[in-house]
Design a protein around this ligand. Structure first.
Ligand code: ZN
Ligand code: ZN
Length: 290
């Protein structure tokens, strides 16, 4: 029995070794991610973002508007397109309502917009095969109209959310002018999780709650390992510590999605790359990962 156990252990070691070699050689041609941002919001009190945050510890924070460019052998992907180009360089009220401009204080310059970022890293908007949109809020879907030739991957429910948001989410967070000319684009309308290339390298993870059809993306890279690009399923680390975000379609679905991300993190030993963490962006933003 003991011999058998040792034999099995050796077999497992050989297999694990072989598969990691396979993963590495595959990884050479696997996905790479460029972490960038459509400028910053703030300063704004953390208690405005997280209503349950202890009032005696309230403080102002800045937040990045994260976007990720995924360079995959099967095609170039953009995950979220940031704030609309029109709000760049101090022209916020030309496209957003005054209340949101005053609250969020976006600092986006023209150079921070996704088309310019793509150029900076050697691509153009026409090179993008797939645009994944986490959800239809103004800081995530803002430049979808720059990509008329791409395949747009979004949850079907999020399209409903975009066109007829609940009253409490109207008048600010959804700017219909961001996407009203994108109605006839090519949409891959999802209903839940989806393995984009059928090989586990890029997997759409359904994370509703923040909005009706919010989705996150899990990417497996050769050197960096598995990462979950949460976008607004997790804004900042405090959301993982029991302080939910303040703007939610459903707090129950939101909490379930946060717990789901934690489970994937723990089971797959994945990194959680959050939607609006300044701490993370300062340490990891504007770099390539592979
Ligand atoms: Zn949002
Ligand atoms: Zn956001």
């Amino acid at each position: 029995m003991k011999k058998l156990t040792i034999a099995v252990a050796i077999l497992v070691m050989v297999c694990v070794g072989a598969s990691s070699v396979a993963a590495m050689s595959h990884g050479a041609a696997g996905p790479k991610i460029f972490w960038t941002a459509s400028g910053l919001f703030g300063p704004l009190p953390i208690s405005v973002l997280l209503p349950s945050y202890p009032k005696d510890q309230d403080h102002d924070i800045m937040i990045p508007i994260n976007m990720w460019i995924i360079d995959h052998p099967m095609g170039l992907i953009v995950f979220d397109t940031g704030n609309n180009v029109a709000i760049s360089d101090g022209n916020c009220t030309s496209h957003w309502n005054e209340g949101f401009c005053g609250l969020l204080q976006p600092s986006q310059t023209r150079a921070d917009v996704i088309d310019k970022i793509l150029e900076k890293v050697g691509f153009s908007v026409g090179d993008v095969k797939i645009v994944i949109t986490s959800h239809s809020h103004l800081d995530h879907i803002g430049n979808i109209e720059m990509f008329p030739d791409a395949i747009h991957v979004i949850q079907k429910k999020e399209l409903y959310q975009a066109w007829w948001p609940e009253k409490f989410q109207r008048g600010g967070a959804h700017v219909v002018a961001d996407y009203d000319d994108a109605r006839d684009f090519t949409y891959f309308e999802l209903d839940g999780d989806y393995d984009l290339f059928g090989d586990g390298s890029v997997v759409i993870i359904s994370t509703p709650g923040h909005t009706l059809g919010h989705q996150s993306v899990k990417v497996r890279m050769a050197d960096t390992g598995t990462v979950i690009l949460t976008q607004d399923a997790v804004w900042v680390k405090e959301n993982l510590e029991g302080h939910p975000a303040g703007l939610n379609y459903s707090i129950l679905d939101y909490t379930n999605s946060v717990n789901r991300i934690k489970m994937i993190r723990d089971i797959e030993n994945a990194q959680v790359w959050m939607g609006h963490s300044m701490e993370q962006y300062e340490a990891m933003g504007e770099k390539w990962y592979q």
